[in-house]
Ligand binder design. Structure first.
Ligand code: FAD
Length: 315
C-alpha cells in the first residue's frame, strides 16, 4: 500500500488535460493507499471543484500566485511531501513538469524517473519508459523506497467520474527570498491562439505537400471539416507553419477524435505525438508507408487528387 501525491497542472485559468490523467495514474499507483492531489496557484477553489474526481482522497490547495512558478512549486511540493509523507510523487511530463520535477526530487533527495508510460507497484515501483525515439521500451525498477515520477501526456485515460474528496487549504508559508522569478505576462508565438492539443479534428500535413503554396489545399480541407491544421516536422523546419503546429516527439502530443495525415510517412518521432488519436486517417501514395500500420482508414493515392475530392464531398 502506497500513498501518492499527484500535482495538478493549469495554465491561464484552465486545468490541463494531464491533471485528469494524473488522477488515473495516481489512483492506479496508490491502490488501497491514499491519493492526494495538490493544486498550486490560480483559482484553486474552482480547480478543486473540477478535480473532485473518483479515486482522489484529499485535495490540497495552495493559493500562491496565478500561474506556474518554478520556485513556488518546488517549495510547495516539498512542504506537502514533508507533511503527508507519500511514497511517490507524480507530476506531468510537460514543459512545467520537466521544469520543476528535477528540483523537487533533488530537494527531497529521492530519485526521479521521467516520461513514464506505465507504472506498476508490486512491492516496489516499476516504471515503463520509451527510449531511442520510441524504438525501445525499457523497464526501470526503482531501487528506493520513495520516488518522483513524471508521466507522459495522453498515456492514461483522463478520470471523468465525480468523487467526493476532502478539500483542504494547505497551511504553507512561502519563503519569498527563494522565489527568483515571476511570470509577468504572456505573448503568443506564431499561430495566434490556436492550440492543436485542444482540437477534436486535426488535418495534418507532411512533406508530401511538396511546396509551401500547396498548403492552401490542405487548409481548405481543414476548413471544410471545421478542423485545425497541424503538421509533421519538415513543414515547420521549412518555416511554412509555426512550431506550435508540429505534432511529434519534439512537437506536441495530440489526442483528437480524428487525425487526418496527409502526405506523412509515419516516422516514429511523428507517431509518438499522434498515436493516441481516436481515429487515424492516412492519405499517402506509398502503400508501404508506416503510417498505414496505425491508420484506422487508409487512402492509397495522390493527395493532389484525393484532397480536392474530399473537400468537394464534405462541402
Ligand atoms: P516524409 O517522411 O518525407 O514523408 C512524406 C510522405 O509523403 C511519404 O510517405 C510519401 O510517400 C508521401 N507522399 C509524397 N507525395 C505524396 C502525394 N502526392 N500524395 C500523397 N502522399 C505523398 N517529425 C515529426 O513529424 N515530429 C516531430 O516532433 C519530430 N521530432 C523529431 C525528433 C528527432 C530527435 C528526430 C531525429 C526527428 C524528428 N522528427 C519529427 C522527424 C522524423 O524523423 C521524420 O523525418 C518526419 O516525421 C518526416 O515527416 P514527413 O512524414 O512529413 O516526411
Amino acid at each position: 500500500m502506497s500513498d501518492v501525491l499527484a500535482v495538478a497542472e493549469h495554465r491561464r485559468g484552465e486545468l490541463r488535460d494531464v491533471s485528469f490523467e494524473l488522477v488515473t495514474a495516481g489512483a492506479e499507483l496508490a491502490g488501497d493507499g491514499n491519493l492526494h492531489l495538490a493544486i498550486i496557484g490560480g483559482d484553486v477553489d474552482a480547480f478543486a471543484e473540477e478535480l473532485s474526481l473518483d479515486g482522489v482522497d484529499t485535495i490540497h490547495t495552495v493559493a500562491e500566485g496565478d500561474e506556474f512558478n518554478h520556485d513556488v512549486y518546488v517549495q510547495a511540493v516539498a512542504a506537502l511531501y514533508e507533511e503527508l509523507a507519500p511514497t511517490y510523487v507524480l507530476m506531468g511530463n510537460t514543459v512545467n513538469g520537466l521544469d520543476y520535477a528535477p528540483a523537487v526530487a533533488e530537494s527531497l533527495d529521492i530519485p526521479l524517473v521521467t516520461d513514464a508510460i506505465g507504472l506498476e507497484n508490486d512491492g516496489g515501483l516499476v516504471v515503463t519508459r520509451e527510449m531511442y525515439a520510441s524504438k525501445v521500451e525499457s523497464t526501470v525498477e526503482v531501487d528506493a523506497d520513495n520516488a518522483a515520477v513524471t508521466i507522459r501526456s495522453a498515456e492514461w485515460e483522463p478520470t471523468e467520474a465525480a468523487g467526493e474528496p476532502a478539500i483542504e487549504a494547505f497551511d504553507f508559508e512561502l519563503d519569498e527570498s527563494r522565489v527568483r522569478s515571476r511570470v509577468t505576462g504572456f505573448e503568443e508565438v506564431g499561430g495566434g491562439d490556436v492550440d492543436i492539443t485542444d482540437a477534436d479534428v486535426l488535418v495534418s500535413v507532411g512533406r508530401g505537400i511538396e511546396e509551401e503554396e500547396n498548403l492552401e489545399l490542405v487548409q481548405n480541407l481543414a476548413d471544410a471539416l471545421g478542423a485545425t491544421l497541424s503538421s509533421s516536422r519538415p513543414i515547420v523546419d521549412n518555416g511554412w507553419l509555426p512550431k506550435d503546429r508540429q505534432v511529434g516527439q519534439s512537437g506536441k502530443v495530440v489526442t483528437p477524435k480524428f487525425y487526418i495525415a496527409v502526405g506523412i510517412s509515419g516516422a516514429v518521432q511523428h507517431v509518438a505525438g499522434m498515436k493516441g488519436a481516436e481515429n487515424i486517417v492516412a492519405i499517402n501514395t506509398d502503400p508501404d508507408a508506416p503510417i498505414f500500420d496505425i491508420a484506422d482508414y487508409g487512402i492509397v493515392g495522390d493527395l493532389f487528387d484525393v484532397v480536392p475530392e474530399l473537400i468537394e464531398q464534405f462541402e
